[in-house]
Design a protein around this ligand. Structure first.
Ligand SMILES: Nc1ncnc2c1ncn2[C@@H]1O[C@H](COP(=O)(O)OP(=O)(O)O)[C@@H](O)[C@H]1O
Ligand SMILES: C=C(OP(=O)(O)O)C(=O)O
Ligand SMILES: [Ca+2]
Ligand SMILES: [Mn+2]
Length: 656
């Protein structure tokens, strides 16, 4: 959000506000380079002051529009301050900190980036903490956040391509077992609780205990970061979010991942619809009721708040807000989707569902298509919209050749989490897993050259379910009928390969309803029914694509070449695969094409790729059994109003 008026310094120069340095005539014999213009400053401080342009809105402030428009500049700032102050209020502290744009260390109190108004002196209250001021760094620009990170956060560095490399601390992935949701009279009825549900209950009081802990921690700091941003590119269903955090890393991450308001939209921001308190460096108190570790991610839908304690992994914020959308949107008859989304030149939209690491980001980022988003979308009566303003790509083994767009997006402004780089050159080694295998890059969506902005599109034509099958028995591509699409959507299968260090050979099957059980809030059949209804209404075709193993399970076979998967996806997009010749597989009853352009035909039926045919049969039966066991918890649920569809879905699983 660089709000620099590019013409400001030039204008000042033209007006001659600062005298130029003149050299004395006496020194004519000294060699001077008169070709270069002289510096228009008399002291080094003045020179430095020229380096930074004054902040000015990049878009003109419109006339009398929006909630704050009738207010004076002073009134507007005061309301913004009161809103932030209220966010940071705790029980011991009735007023929050003062809002500062720019650096806390900035000595120049006359700097235009410092809000001039002051909060009323805090009333003498119960504790010393209520007397202390905390600076609020409000919607800083990436450049300002870089400086904050590099100055104050250990482990922050600029890489050779200009990205901000940072460490997320002890946690390098999400902690789903520490995610709690307040169970009150409303959520008790509305949400999915119990076996298989991601919603671990907590009560309102315990939430307040954790909230107080987070807010007190944040207020104990000299400065906190506040981001006011948007979610959802559908203007009718846009949500205003505020993220209060202690690290520049977190602020820059959310700057990239949420939709960035224009300076004008920021002026009219008002009160947020949802607030995150990220006190991730500080643990929860393990003696607090309901706590099972020092990490807790707490969601309170009634208060519209989320508290993070004990984990600095930035993905918690992004996925936490996604959970909120999975609650708010279906209540408006809008389907929220854990999927990537792109659009062809002719306006054909494809969704890519899949669990972590199955290829949503990689396959939706396609040089031949417009990127709508890589991870979180909504499907309304009018089409699809991205929830986010950025992408979050896995970077393990990233290569320029295979994923050029993601490679090129790793530049200034991008947050690179937990990567290892060469100490001197700062060249990142994407193959290095020393910190974690879950290395990540977070960048604004416009860093992808063919991003579709605004990130919205018409109704999807193809719904692609991605599964990374480490057992190596699912075909590289299958065409699904509606009941099969629902069966596989509700199952949400993928397989994780065990960490190489432990030397575990067996892949582990994971079933995650709706390809995102960690984020859904209501029962999976609620989302499935909506998907079925929408696919039927708009004539979308379902596909199951295995981006995992071929020629044997993990350990003996190998992962399907990304180039082949891309060819398969191309054939889905172009419509040629719909017209192909098909045959049905045993057990899973999947329709598989006999030919796909650019893909060796023998790999299309996995049985051909296994030299050990008995091993193939055994593994296939084993996986089918896992599917059947998993689906048991759904067999007594009706899907939508359609009894017939429910029957068909139950019959669409493996047959043995
Ligand atoms: N055949 C394939 N299809 C898709 N991805 C593949 C394939 N082979 C290897 N990969 C790698 O798997 C990872 C997929 O991760 P990503 O696209 O970030 O998943 P998601 O967005 O679903 O979490 C990437 O690192 C990609 O390079
Ligand atoms: C960030 C995440 O999403 P994904 O792996 O689906 O990209 C996550 O699951 O933490
Ligand atoms: Ca969005
Ligand atoms: Mn992704």
């Amino acid at each position: 959000m660089a709000a620099n008026g590019n013409g400001a310094a030039t204008a000042r120069k033209q007006k001659g506000l600062l005298p130029s340095i003149t050299t004395s005539d006496k020194h004519h014999d000294v060699c001077h380079d008169m070709s270069a213009p002289t510096v228009k400053a008399q002291t080094i401080d003045e020179l430095h002051s020229l380096q930074k342009k004054k902040s000015a809105p990049t878009t003109p402030i419109k006339g009398i529009q929006g909630a704050f428009a009738a207010l004076s500049e002073e009134e507007r700032s005061k309301q913004q301050l009161q809103s932030i102050s209220a966010s940071l209020a705790s029980l011991t502290r009735e007023t929050g900190p003062k809002v500062v744009r720019g650096y806390p260390a900035s000595k120049s109190q006359t700097s235009p980036r410092v809000h001039q108004q002051h909060v009323a002196e805090p009333a003498i209250s119960a504790s010393d903490s209520s007397l202390k001021f905390t600076h609020v760094l409000y919607n800083l620009s990436p450049a300002e956040l870089y400086e904050q990170a590099i100055h104050y956060e250990k482990g922050s560095f600029i890489t050779s391509t200009g990205a901000l490399a940072t460490l997320s601390g002890a946690k390098t992935g999400r902690a789903p077992r520490d995610k709690r949701v307040v169970k009150d009279d409303v959520t008790r009825e509305e949400l999915w609780w119990g076996k298989g549900s991601p919603n671990i209950e907590m009560d309102e009081h315990t939430f307040m205990v954790n909230r107080e802990r987070a807010v007190d921690y944040l207020n104990s700091l000299d400065k906190v970061f506040v981001n006011d941003q948007f979610l959802n590119w559908d203007p009718e269903n846009r949500i205003k979010v505020r993220i209060v955090s202690a690290r520049a890393y977190h602020s820059l991450f959310m700057h990239n991942m949420c939709i960035r308001p224009t300076p004008e939209e920021l002026e009219d921001f008002g009160t947020p619809d949802f607030t995150i308190y990220n006190a991730g460096q500080f643990p929860c108190n393990r003696y607090t009721h309901y706590m099972t570790s020092s990490t807790s991610i707490d969601l309170n839908l009634a208060r519209r708040e989320m508290v993070i304690l004990g984990t600095q992994y930035a993905g918690e914020m992004k996925k936490g807000l996604f959970s909120v959308m999975h609650y708010l949107m279906p209540k408006r008859q809008i389907l929220s989707l854990h999927s990537g989304c792109n659009m062809g030149k002719d306006g054909d939209v494809a969704l890519f569902f899949g669990l972590s690491g199955t290829g949503k980001t990689t396959l939706s980022t396609d040089p031949n298509r417009y990127l709508i988003g890589d991870d979180e979308h909504c499907w309304t009566e009018t089409g699809v919209s991205n929830i986010e303003g950025g992408c979050y790509a896995k970077c393990i083994d990233l290569s320029r050749e295979k994923e050029p767009d993601i490679w090129n997006a790793i530049k200034f402004g991008t947050v690179l989490e937990n990567v290892v780089f060469e100490e001197h050159t700062r060249v990142v080694d994407y193959a290095d897993k020393s910190v974690t295998e879950n290395t990540r890059a977070s960048y604004p969506i416009e860093y992808i050259p063919n991003a579709k902005i605004p990130c919205v599109g018409p109704h999807p034509k193809n719904v692609i379910l991605l599964a990374c099958d480490a057992f190596g028995v699912l075909p590289p591509v299958s065409k699904l009928n509606l009941a099969q699409t629902m069966y596989h959507f509700i199952s949400g299968y993928t397989a994780l390969v065990a960490g190489t260090e432990e030397g575990v050979k067996e892949p582990k099957a994971t079933f995650s309803a709706c390809f995102g059980a960690a984020f859904i809030m209501m029962h999976p059949t609620k989302y499935a029914a909506m998907l079925a209804e929408k696919m039927q209404k708009h004539g979308a075709t379902g596909w199951l694509v295995n981006t995992g193993w071929s020629g044997g399970s993990y350990g003996s076979g190998s992962r399907i070449k990304l180039a082949y998967t891309r060819k398969i996806i191309d054939a889905i997009h172009s419509g040629s695969l719909l017209k192909a010749e098909y045959k049905k597989t045993e057990v899973f009853g999947l329709e598989i094409p006999t030919e796909v352009e650019g893909v060796p035909s023998e790999i299309l039926d996995p049985v051909n790729t296994w030299s050990n045919k008995l091993g193939y049969e055994d593994t296939l039966m084993k996986l089918a059994g896992l599917f059947r066991n998993n689906f048991e918890i759904f067999t007594d649920h009706k899907i939508g109003k359609d009894n017939e569809l429910t029957e068909e879905i139950l019959a669409a699983g493996p047959n043995f």
